[in-house]
Design a protein around this ligand. Structure first.
Ligand code: BG6
Length: 490
């Protein structure tokens, strides 16, 4: 069996935006964990860069605080060892300051993996890549890592991809969608392709519809500035939700090889039925949260938080998507995501069709169709709803029960954060869990017309009370088809 921890090759990881929120919350804690598990070799270095003036010691204090805040049970000697790998350099991404020093620090290490992690606003992606090119910092083993949002529409994504492509080859570009690093998302591939059970049934003949819900209980927190320019469609649907949809809907790839998987995902994105304004008005719902109660306390509405009563940015989206191919013809994919909903829960529900004929008397009870529920968070697990006979004497009584597999109960291992796998995959050069250029652009090609339709339709997002499941129109969207959102979510 493949070892649980495989040491990666020596590397230099250069993190731009090293004093930012992503580095604090995700990157430093993830790297600490990988180091703790012995995955990072002795000769690896992490070079933290940002505009601020800081000494190595000051940056190590920042990292120490980040790890202690975000990791339970920190082991002091391991943390010491990890901090010793860190050094700091003040680099002005857009200007000239710091670049010669960075070049000097990297000199003589052309034969180790060199990964540039751009944990900065996307506005800087192009400029930083340009500077990397100008200072001749790319090597054959160089890679660049960027985070979503990749553009705000197809045209800007193409421009950004082109700018990055001037400096890095496509096999050196790692576009992170952190949902792909989540354990249960990868499990979706194991479930589908390591079991013979599901694949023969995985099509329109046996599946009635699919629901994908990514619900958050938090609001926009301190990110209102960014969020208001994006909205739920750009922030969640264009990337995370469409990636989940692709993994559910794609054909079996030839192997786990990056391009085999990404080729199949691309075909799904291209097969998504484009929406004109009429279809968008029927098949999409936009919402915006109002004041209400969430996580046990009263919360303000989006407009109050933003302090702009005119914003029309959506904090909730529900969509009935359709995939125009043989496997999925007439099988709706109901997608929904939103902030300030009743709970933080992400689930994929695969609803099978009813049995063709019942041999049981009506008194035996109703026969519910099978349903497969893949829970991404929290309480990762897989549940299959099946019918059984209610135990005991008397007549035949049918009952629906869950075949339940909770990963926390089944495996006594810590559930690693998505970034742990993704950063190590960057170092290994494995792009399977990263988005390819054409995938990003194909996702925009489906999203762009919907955004345009919304602008044309001039229909404002519908208000919903914080702490609920979104606007009532989202319920109508699915109930009109004689179906309901799966409600056993909490
Ligand atoms: C990010 C979005 O990509 O994903 C955020 O920008 C969102 O708005 C977050 O809150 C959700 O991620 P997770 O891992 O907490 O489900």
């Amino acid at each position: 069996m493949v070892a649980r921890v495989i040491e990666v090759d020596p590397f230099d990881l250069i993190v731009f935006g090293a004093t930012g929120d992503l580095a604090h919350r995700k990157l430093l804690p993830a790297l600490y964990h990988r180091d703790l598990d012995g995955q990072i070799p002795e000769d690896a270095r992490i070079i933290a860069c940002s505009r601020r003036d800081m000494s190595d010691e000051q940056y190590r204090a920042f990292a120490d605080e980040a790890v202690r805040e975000h990791v339970d049970d920190v082991e002091a000697p391991a943390l010491e060892r990890f901090l010793a790998r860190l050094s700091y350099l003040a680099v002005d991404a857009a200007g000239t300051r710091g670049w010669p020093e960075l070049a000097e620090r990297l000199e003589g290490r052309e034969d180790v993996v060199r990964a540039f992690y751009l944990a900065v606003s996307p506005d800087f992606f192009g400029t930083i890549c340009k500077r990397i090119g100008e200072h001749d910092l790319t090597t054959d083993l160089a890679r660049v890592v960027i985070e979503k949002p990749i553009g705000k529409d197809g045209a800007s994504a193409r421009a950004l991809n082109a700018a990055i492509g001037e400096v890095f080859r496509e096999d050196q570009i790692f576009r992170i969608d952190h949902y792909l690093g989540k354990e249960t998302v990868q499990n979706l591939m194991a479930l589908r392709f390591a079991n013979a059970l599901f694949e023969p049934l995985w099509n329109a003949a046996h599946i009635d519809h699919v629901q994908i819900t990514v619900a958050e209980s938090l609001g926009v927190e301190g990110r209102a500035g960014y969020y208001d320019t994006a909205g739920a469609m750009r922030d969640m649907v264009q990337n995370h939700i469409l990636q989940l949809l692709c993994l559910v809907a794609m054909e079996p790839p030839e192997s786990m090889d990056a391009d085999s998987v990404r080729d199949e995902k691309l075909k799904v994105l291209k097969a998504l039925k484009q929406m004109d304004a009429e279809m968008a008005s029927k098949a999409t719902v936009r919402g915006q949260y109002r004041a209400g109660a969430s996580a046990g306390g009263a919360v303000r509405g989006y407009l109050e938080e933003l302090d702009d009563p005119t914003s029309q940015t959506e904090t909730f989206v529900a969509i009935k998507a359709e995939i125009a191919n043989w496997r999925w013809a007439n099988v709706p994919f109901y997608l929904r995501t939103g902030k300030r909903l009743a709970a933080r829960v992400s689930e994929i529900v695969v609803q099978f069709r009813p049995i063709p004929h019942s041999i049981f008397e009506t008194e035996a009870g109703a026969i519910s169709s099978n349903r497969l529920v893949i829970r991404l968070q929290p309480d990762e697990g897989v549940r299959m709803q099946i019918m059984i006979k209610d135990p005991g004497p008397g007549g035949m009584r049918l009952r629906q029960v869950p075949l339940d597999m909770s990963f926390a109960t089944a495996f006594k291992v810590r559930n690693p954060d998505a970034y742990e796998r993704l950063i190590m995959d960057v170092i290994r050069g494995n792009q399977t869990l990263f988005m390819r250029r054409d995938e990003v652009e194909a996702a925009w090609a489906w999203v762009d017309p919907i955004l345009e339709d919304w602008a044309t339709l001039k229909d404002l997002p519908k208000g919903y009370t914080s702490g609920t499941w979104g606007p009532s129109a989202a319920i109508a969207l699915i109930e009109r088809d004689g179906r309901t959102w799966f409600e056993d979510l909490i």
